[in-house]
Design a protein. Structure first.
Length: 164
């Protein structure tokens, strides 16, 4: 005989177990958790990351107080095949916008980064990404190219970051 005053389904071995919520309601609970718990946390993390990283990556500079992705071309001045493509792939993987690549008309001993707009910071960022000393950044402004910088690959290319 069961004492009805002290009866609880959990304490009785023959009692029916609590019903398991249907699968769709568990899914809804998960969605609510992500929307109201996880997403705001992700937004906070993104905002804090932007604040503490200065809001820009190595492939961006400020132009008129707005982030601008650095645009450049890559020319191979070594006479060896596929170097412009390899350097282009490397720069693109780091966020730079390589708009053109090809071969330089002659051969170069040293790799150069050329500032094309007068925004030296853009050219220096390209050089830093490649491991080129800032002293090798030269200025030759040519606004008809619509580029921030140019990279001319020289025979010293094995010293550059993507070829090490």
């Amino acid at each position: 005989m069961v004492d009805r005053e002290h009866f609880s389904p959990q304490s009785h071995p023959t009692a029916t177990p609590q019903a398991v919520p249907p699968r769709h309601s568990r899914f809804r609970s998960l969605v609510r958790l992500l929307l109201f718990g996880g997403v705001p946390l992700a937004v906070v993390v993104l905002i804090l990351t932007a604040i503490f990283s200065g809001g820009s990556s190595e492939s961006e500079v400020l132009v008129n107080d707005r982030p601008h992705t650095i645009q450049l071309d890559v020319l191979n001045g070594t006479g060896e095949a596929k170097l412009a493509q390899r350097l282009t792939d490397y720069l693109r993987s780091r966020g730079f916008d390589v708009v053109e690549m090809g071969n330089y008309a002659g051969e170069l001993e040293n790799t150069l980064v050329i500032d094309r707009t007068g925004n030296r910071e853009a050219a220096v960022r390209v050089a830093q990404s490649l491991g080129i000393p800032e002293e090798k950044v030269v200025q030759k402004i040519d606004k008809t190219l619509y580029l921030d910088a140019s990279v001319y690959i020289g025979k010293d290319y094995r010293t550059l970051a993507p070829f090490k």
